[in-house]
Design a protein around this ligand. Structure first.
Ligand SMILES: [Zn+2]
Length: 128
């Protein structure tokens, strides 16, 4: 998939839902490409107690379930269709999945396909 196709796939998966007073989901959507060449999708899960699961981690969990830990590319969008950079927890999570993920690219701007690598977003990981 091109970045544009990944972006469109992420938009398609947006599905904001309030399941209960304590649980909502689908306001953020991510599509990731694993080193195995497969694509994985995920949406955010938000709980009233403060627990939650970002779209990037949701997609990465599906990838790990499929036996892959290395992510080539990430596209994440919010419900306005804006590209989102990973939060600190996702940066750490992706970093710890594999040392090779320092090269994971995140789409910053669709126009010109501007990307940033995880190594730039997390320049000094605690584990080296
Ligand atoms: Zn996150």
């Amino acid at each position: 998939m091109t970045y544009k196709e990944m972006y469109e796939a992420a938009l398609k998966n947006l599905a904001p839902m309030k399941h209960s007073d304590d649980f909502s989901s689908g306001t953020v959507s991510a599509v990731i490409e694993g080193a195995n060449g497969k694509y994985y999708a995920g949406v955010n899960l938000d709980f009233s107690c403060g627990l939650g699961f970002c779209a990037e981690r949701s997609a990465a969990a599906a990838m790990v379930t499929d036996g892959e830990t290395v992510i080539r590319r990430v596209v994440c969008v919010n419900q306005s269709g804006e590209l989102w950079m990973p939060c600190g927890s996702c940066r750490e999570f992706i970093s710890l999945l594999s040392p090779k993920n320092k090269n994971t690219e995140f789409l910053q701007c669709l126009e010109g396909e501007k990307t940033v690598r995880l190594s730039a977003l997390l320049p000094s990981p605690w584990n080296g």
